[in-house]
Design a protein around this ligand. Structure first.
Ligand SMILES: NC(=O)c1ccc[n+]([C@@H]2O[C@H](COP(=O)([O-])OP(=O)(O)OC[C@H]3O[C@@H](n4cnc5c(N)ncnc54)[C@H](O)[C@@H]3O)[C@@H](O)[C@H]2O)c1
Length: 1584
């Protein structure tokens, strides 16, 4: 003991190599002590700004004084660093070292670390290497640092790859632990340190563990200094001792790693969202379960101790645990997958080879002293969310968890009662935990015994209600229904102050009025502090007046029990009278039965009156809580279904629970059953033959699912009724059972108040395995586990949901009944299987949904929903045509289905019958057309909950067609033909809007005041098809060049996106083509739009789709990230979900939101085709590598779910750009990005250089936009030209060639070279002729390094095909390649742009002539090579094609090519034998298009009757320009529709240019050159 200052008490302890000085309020004393112990010329204090703010002044001024006293012999310097883990890095270490050198530090320096583990580790490492090592003093300020990081001499810094990878051992001279510093430590940080304390106690010190268990409040809430010092010293002592025995982690030290094998793996993924201690807490729980599973845990009760349970048999794994009472988490976050964790664990440094090792807990205070190799299968079982039971016969006996209803009644009774009581079998669950916490707040003393399995209510001086005192703070009751109700009456009796009861939002929404009204009428003082009749309430306790209490009782039996339980302590005897409807009698009976067991008999003169005498509950010395009857149903059913014998203890004929009679149903099914007062035994029929039963289960509704499981194998159909309330439990349990049973081949049907199940009479071969969805319902999991003991292959997908009432369920199966559990690989269900339609959460990608799925299986039908009048039928029919599928309109089907028109049907039967029939009709249509059909539904289909659910669960695509409200209203008002709904259309609209959202995955919005319907139809087809094609690695033809077809994000090198900064996209109509010329995507800055109303946003997206084919990046930038959005996180993600629905190709997801929200959103995104840009913007912090590291770290949490990472900082000077470059260099050398591209720039004009160097998806502006999206943003043209000037865009110059012969007259060099010049690409590319007839020359030239690709013409267009690495679908269809490009890895890709030119020009001519596009009747003349391109272009556009050729055979061969698709999909390709008969064949229709592909010498002209003034004539011959056909049509007045061969040549060249450069071709520049060269200036129309 040392105490140099009066009034200070400092204990000095030597632990191993460490001297630890412990006390309180030491800060001003420490400097003098340091100076004594370590005389130095310079003291270097290192701290972080949080700590400096709190204690800096005090500490530094005391230190300065001491140093001043040394009269110049010594010096003090202070370094204040940024708080947080990123500070613990090599860069900051170097900064500190430079700063120390500049301040004249030498070998005689002493480093003083004042801070948490970050400061301690970093400062220790600095000290260990500075001048080959100077002394370090640790003054830990966090609990973690006090008990862990400051002790043991481990120092170090993090690298990008992992934490603590670089470091050394360097013991501190002294560790000063001042527990008063902990008073400012945030709660979460405190708990973080407690994880370490609990861990240390668990591995080495059982006594310490008991102290922790029994003093939560003093340690956690009070931060009692004496107790803390004791706990810290003991914990630190153990660490120091273990370390001193094993300095370098050879063996023993590894015991300190308990909980860390799994904990570290979790941490590696969830940092910084979760803290180290939180991860280790979960790690400890899981590693202990693992030890149990591996059969190594000596005392299974240790699990309960660690996780403190109050169960008698096998202690539970959740709820009231030592860990959770220190507010530490116990369960893996749901989004973590076992695979992710496995991958991380194999990296753990202490593993030998690939084997995972871990520290095994044997009992509290005891571990195996060396790491043990893990049984990977067992580890998987612990980590995986799913589980499967291996069938076996079940025999044995068991006690299941206590009844919740009894537990929660016994607790207040015992609290009020006289004498101590040992309560056994108490259920631990949320409700009981809340009740216990509340009792503690009231001052009721209790503790745990028998390894935490017995709750001991202590003897007390005070008696009865006097034991209770008003709580010092509001009692937070979570969502605990029973606790909140029972306590409401109780607190009216607690005199001497006010009690406040509050809870979660959900609790605040649950009414309490009937109960409070009854109490208020009696004169109790209750105030509602938020909303009348709801929690929170403030109760001034003045005792409960007795006499008659009138209670309106049609709501909850819990109100009745609440008054009854407290009544014996009222001021005079209570007569409780119930008024009104029914209450659940069994629960009231349970209350009175329990009261009588504790000595108070309630008289019930009639069924609505209860007379309660005054008295005191008498606590028996031991009270054993009955097993929960519903939980008992599972082991009993196990005996029944497997033909074994099972006894359940603590539940028998003396039970006060209604469902203790469950065994009678099993008896009726053929089992033998016996019951004693306290046990129940069931024996399954020896021959395994169970019989079906018809049973009303209204008195034991919770166990109906257990019976369903047994019924599945019984003989006959079991009918269960009386359970209608089960539709509104954790889920709709009746529907859930029917759905999940179906997955195993069990046929079950819903009834109005129950269900029926067809049993297979013991013939298990009729059933099969399947993945069972649990809907977060514990009873589904346990019932299917019962069935799993007979039927192999049943996989329960969410094993943890049993925690709600029976956390040890799986362990009990193993340990009590010897059941083997396994974790099979999950097989995805067949999506076409009937049952699968109900599978929730199975990620159905839209590619599977929309069809064309890669495995060639049938494509599920697409269902359209939407408001009437939104255009579902029209659009649906168009979509069907586009996909080549049949179309079914449900309204028409309905007529066929019912034999009655809708109007008439509604008039006769009313709307509700109609809705029912409509749903039947939908189900029947989908079962008749499960695949390959577009189905449009009626607007009201979503009104029926079951129909809505059916659609929401449909595994194919449900697509909402939406349209502007005003447009729809106008239409509906003008349309009198539809059935009247008797409600204003606008009201219907508002009600249904969210319903459509709930049941559909995607939304296609029709633009406001749409008048170009064929365009909208085309966009819809494109929208749906793109969900398939967009991200497949297909290189499309030259159209729509952009990210859409450039497919996967890894090929986004050198791309730009345009940030739109307008309030309304409509204002850009005229300029859109110009402003988007150089970019590959458009960013819609949703936060900058005039309005974030869903419809407005849908309209904006619709406009963008109309203006540009480029993919859309949906960005909602929040204010802290530099945007305008100020809504709540929920709103942020809700709006982003809209972006997903609207099919935006990219969604910007800010990494600054909570892990939970963000992961949920990204998981949703993962089931769509959209890609996520994970972004972090920080315009405020100073630019530093640490800051970029911090930003990156936030993003990296989502690296596996995201697709692109985006970091934007702020440059204040040019130097800042280099900070970013250095940072990026480092990032790119590691593999932290997992191959995902990164956008990293600095905003601000000083940061422009970073925009020039950033190659992937650089955000750009355009001079014609009102403002740039960020300061310093450049246009794409500016960036490109700067790159050109600086010469770093692209590597060596490369050449494109024209391959063919003869080619000297070709215009291609002129075309391409002009384009290169116009785009400033001429330094990089050139285009030259390569005249050869030898194909091998062509190929070897193409393969040369300096060749970028080329154009291919006669004679190589076909012969080159076999030499290429990839040929696009369109080139295959056309049968010729005219363009070859090279991929980055040098592969040659063949494409064809001839058809693109035909297609483009056809549209360009047709629309001005006809107003809009439609399906055309067309004629192709000729059957040679180029005719293929013509037919392909027409077929692709969905047009009808006739072919005419002099030689009939050639035409027939052309028509028969498989590339034109099957006839059911396309209007077809027909051969004309005789062109003069053609007009007859057209039956009055006009010929819309003729495409001539024959040489001029053929002298082809059209029969005159086919020509009209709007016919489009496309001539492919360009030399000579004027052909007989063109002369003919021009003379006939049809010049407006002429497309010359030269135009085709030009257009295909432009498309080729785009393929070559991935840039939009400069049409006018190339056109000018082209036309003037050809002397064809009359063709000026080419230029726009
Ligand atoms: N060397 C070892 O043996 C060892 C052991 C365990 C952990 N560590 C390391 O320790 C680090 C984590 O340490 P930590 O949990 O102390 O984190 P920390 O140092 O980041 O501190 C946590 C936060 O609490 C603040 N803070 C510190 N003391 C405070 C106080 N008294 N009042 C208010 N705020 C206070 C800090 O500014 C910081 O924001 C990690 O880097 C980890 O790797 C090292």
């Amino acid at each position: 003991m040392t105490s140099s200052t009066p009034g200070l008490s400092v204990s000095s302890v030597a632990h191993g190599q460490e001297t630890i000085k412990v006390g309180s309020q030491l800060l001003e004393w420490i400097p003098s002590d340091i100076i004594q112990i370590v005389p130095s010329s310079t003291y270097v204090v290192i701290t972080d700004s949080n700590i400096f703010k709190l204690f800096g002044d005090k500490f530094v001024s005391a230190f300065s004084k001491e140093v001043a006293n040394l009269q110049g012999k010594s010096n003090l310097i202070v370094k204040v660093l940024e708080p947080g883990e990123p500070t613990k890095c090599r860069e900051v270490k170097a900064q500190i070292e430079d700063w120390m050198i500049n301040n004249g530090c030498n070998r005689d320096t002493c480093v003083v670390a004042l801070g948490g583990g970050v400061i301690g580790d970093l400062s220790g490492f600095v000290a260990s290497t500075f001048m080959r090592g100077v002394p370090v003093i640790q003054i830990p300020t966090t609990l973690l640092a006090m008990v862990d990081s400051s002790i043991g001499g481990k120092t170090g810094v993090d690298t990008d790859v992992a934490k603590n990878l670089v470091g050394s051992f360097h013991h501190p001279k002294v560790i000063y632990i001042d527990t008063s510093l902990l008073s400012t430590l945030p709660k979460r940080e405190f708990s973080n340190g407690m994880a370490e304390v609990i861990k240390t106690a668990a591995i080495r010190d059982a006594e310490l563990f008991s102290i922790l268990e029994n003093n939560t409040d003093r340690i956690l809430d009070e931060r009692n200094q004496d107790l803390l010092q004791k706990v810290i010293l003991r914990t630190g002592g153990i660490k120091a001792h273990v370390v001193s025995l094993d300095e370098r982690e050879g063996g023993l030290r590894s015991i300190l790693n308990f909980g860390h094998t799994i904990g570290h793996a979790i941490e590696a993924i969830v940092t910084p969202e979760m803290l180290h201690g939180e991860c280790v807490s979960i790690g400890m729980v899981l590693e202990t379960q693992l030890a149990y599973k591996m059969g190594l845990l000596e005392n299974p009760a240790a699990i309960g101790r660690l996780i403190r349970s109050v169960r008698t048999v096998l202690p539970s794994l959740t709820a009231i645990s030592c860990l959770s009472s220190y507010k530490l988490p116990l369960h893996l976050p749901k989004f973590l997958t076992a695979e992710d964790l496995f991958a991380k664990m194999t990296l753990d440094k202490k593993n030998l080879g690939k084997k995972i090792r871990t520290t095994i807990l044997l009992n509290i205070g005891k571990v195996v002293e060396n790491p043990v190799a893990v049984d990977n299968e067992k580890l998987r079982q612990v980590l995986m969310p799913h589980i499967s039971v291996i069938p076996t016969v079940i025999n044995g006996e068991i006690s299941v968890p206590g009844s919740k209803s009894i537990s929660n009644r016994v607790l207040p009774i015992c609290g009020l009662g006289e004498g101590p009581c040992r309560v056994r079998g108490l259920l631990q669950a949320d409700d009981t935990r809340v009740m216990l916490d509340s009792l503690k707040e009231f001052g009721i003393q209790f503790h745990w015994e028998d390894d935490g399995t017995t709750l001991v209510i202590a003897e007390s001086q005070e008696k009865g209600i006097k034991k209770f005192s008003p709580p010092s703070k509001p009692l937070f009751l979570g969502n605990a229904g029973t606790a909140s109700r029972f306590l409401t009456t109780l607190v009216t009796m607690i005199e001497g102050g006010t009690s406040t009861l509050t809870g979660s939002q959900r609790l605040k929404e649950r009414p309490i009025r009937d109960l409070t009204d009854a109490l208020l009428k009696k004169g109790c003082h209750i105030k509602f502090t938020e909303k009348e009749g709801f929690f929170p309430i403030k109760v001034h306790g003045e005792g409960l007046p007795g006499g008659v209490i009138d209670l309106s009782s049609n709501v909850s039996s819990q109100y009745v029990s609440s008054i009854l339980l407290s009544a014996p302590y009222a001021k005079s005897p209570v007569e409780l009278r119930l008024h009104g409807g029914q209450v659940s009698r069994p629960f009231i009976d349970m209350t009175t039965a329990l009261m009588s067991q504790f000595g108070i008999s309630v008289e019930t003169p009639d069924e609505n009156t209860f007379r309660v005498p005054l008295g005191r509950y008498q606590n028996p010395p031991v009270f054993t809580i009955e097993s929960d009857a519903s939980s008992a149903s599972y082991p009993l059913a196990l005996a029944a279904i497997t033909g074994g014998e099972v006894t359940v203890h603590n539940i028998g004929s003396a039970s006060i629970q209604g469902d203790a009679k469950f065994y009678t149903v099993l008896e009726a099914m053929g089992c033998t059953a016996t019951q004693t007062a306290t046990s129940t035994t069931v024996k399954g029929p020896a021959n395994g033959k169970l019989r079906a039963v018809s049973v009303n289960m209204d008195f034991m509704t919770d166990t109906f699912m257990t019976i369903c499981a047994v019924a599945a194998v019984a003989e006959g159909t079991t009918v269960i009724t009386g359970i209608a309330n089960q539709r509104v439990k954790e889920c709709n349990r009746i529907l859930a059972m029917v759905t999940e049973l179906a997955k195993l081949g069990v046929v079950a049907r819903e009834l109005e108040d129950g269900l029926e199940v067809d049993g297979v009479a013991g013939d298990i071969s009729k059933l099969h395995g399947g993945n069972i969805e649990c809907y977060l319902d514990h009873r589904i999991a346990m019932s299917f586990a019962v069935l799993g003991t007979r039927v192999p292959g049943i996989v329960i997908l969410d094993k943890e949901c049993v925690d709600k009432t029976y956390p040890e369920f799986w362990m009990d199966l193993e340990s009590k009944f010897g059941v083997k559990l396994e974790v099979p690989e999950l097989k995805s269900q067949s999506l076409t299987s009937k049952a699968a339609s109900a599978v929730r959460n199975v990620v159905t990608t839209l590619s599977e949904a929309v069809g064309l799925n890669p495995h060639g299986s049938a494509e599920p039908s697409v269902v359209l929903v939407g408001m009437r009048g939104s255009g579902k039928s029209t659009m649906g029919a168009a979509l069907a045509r586009g996909l080549g599928w049949p179309f079914v309109d449900l309204d028409n089907e309905f007529v066929a289905f019912t034999g009655q028109p809708i109007q008439g049907f509604v008039t006769e039967h009313g709307w509700s019958v109609f809705r029912q029939k409509e749903e039947e009709c939908l189900r029947s249509v989908l079962s008749l057309h499960p695949t390959g059909t577009v189905i449009s539904t009626g607007g009201g289909i979503v009104e029926t909950p079951s129909a809505k659910k059916f659609l929401a669960n449909y595994h194919g695509l449900v697509l909402q067609i939406s349209r502007d409200t005003d447009d729809v209203m106008a239409l509906l008002e003008s349309d009198q033909t539809r059935a009247k709904l008797g409600e204003a259309p606008l009201d219907i609209w508002k009600r249904r809007s969210p319903l459509y959202h709930e049941c559909s995955k995607l939304q296609f919005h029709v633009k406001k005041m749409e008048n170009q319907w064929s365009k909208a139809e085309g966009e819809l087809i494109d929208f749906v098809q793109r969900w398939d094609l967009r991200f497949k690695n297909v290189l499309m033809g030259g159209r729509n060049l952009g990210l859409k077809e450039v497919v996967d994000v890894s090929s986004l090198e050198s791309s730009f996106f345009l940030s739109l900064t307008v309030g309304n996209v409509d204002t850009l109509e005229g300029v859109f083509t110009r402003i988007s010329a150089d970019v590959q995507a458009i960013e819609l800055r949703v936060d900058l739009l005039d309005n974030t109303d869903a419809e407005y946003l849908a309209q904006q997206v619709a406009l963008l789709r109309r203006y540009s084919p480029l993919p859309i990046i949906w960005t909602l930038r929040t204010q802290p990230q530099g945007g305008k959005f100020t809504g709540k996180p929920e709103e942020y993600f809700r709006l982003n979900e809209l972006g997903l629905r609207l099919g935006c190709e990219f969604i910007d997801v800010e990494a600054c939101h909570s892990l939970d929200h963000t992961t949920k959103f990204l998981n949703k995104l993962a089931s769509t085709r959209s890609k996520a840009i994970i972004s972090y913007h920080d315009f405020d912090s100073p630019t530093s590598t640490q800051n970029f590291q911090r930003m990156l770290q936030s993003c990296l949490r989502y690296v596996s779910l995201g697709h692109v990472i985006k970091l934007v900082g702020m440059a204040r000077n040019h130097q800042d750009c280099y900070v970013l470059f250095t940072f990026l260099e480092r990032v790119k050398t590691g593999n932290v990005l997992k191959g995902k591209p990164i956008i990293a720039i600095c905003a601000g004009s000083a940061g422009r250089l970073t925009r020039v160097t950033n190659l992937t998806m650089t955000p750009v502006t355009h001079p014609e936009l009102p403002v740039p999206a960020a300061p310093g943003q450049l246009s794409a043209a500016e960036i490109l030209s700067t790159r050109m000037t600086l010469g770093f865009d692209g590597a060596a110059a490369s050449v494109f060639y024209l391959f063919g012969s003869p080619i000297s007259a070709s215009l291609s060099p002129l075309l391409h070279n002009t384009g290169f010049r116009a785009l400033n690409l001429d330094a990089r590319y050139s285009y030259e002729l390569f005249d050869t007839t030898n194909i091998t020359n062509v190929v070897s030239k193409l393969r040369e390094k300096g060749t970028a690709g080329g154009s291919v013409t006669i004679p190589h267009k076909q012969s080159i095909i076999p030499y290429l690495d990839h040929v696009t679908e369109s080139a295959k269809a056309v049968g010729a390649v005219n363009t070859v490009t090279k991929t980055e890895d040098g592969r040659l890709v063949g494409d064809n742009t001839d058809w693109v030119a035909i297609d483009t020009l056809l549209r360009r001519r047709y629309v001005p002539l006809h107003g809009e596009e439609r399906k055309l009747t067309s004629l192709v003349v000729g059957a040679g090579g180029t005719s293929n391109a013509a037919v392909y272009a027409l077929v692709k556009g969905g047009h009808q094609v006739f072919i005419y050729n002099r030689t009939l055979k050639a035409a027939q061969l052309l028509a028969a090519r498989k590339f034109w698709g099957n006839r059911s999909r396309f209007p077809g390709v027909t051969v004309l034998e005789d062109i003069s008969e053609f007009s007859k064949k057209l039956e009055g229709r006009k010929l819309d298009v003729v495409i001539a592909t024959v040489p001029p010498a053929a002298n082809f002209t059209l029969p005159h009757d086919l020509i009209h003034d709007r016919i489009i004539t496309i001539e492919l011959v360009y030399n000579p320009r004027d052909t007989p056909l063109l002369q003919q049509v021009r003379a006939a007045g049809a010049a407006a529709g002429v497309v010359e061969g030269l135009e085709i040549l030009f257009e295909q060249g432009l498309a080729q240019f785009q393929l070559f450069t991935k840039r939009k071709a400069p049409r006018s520049e190339i056109g000018e050159a082209f036309l003037s060269h050809r002397g064809a200036n009359d063709l000026k129309l080419l230029l726009n």
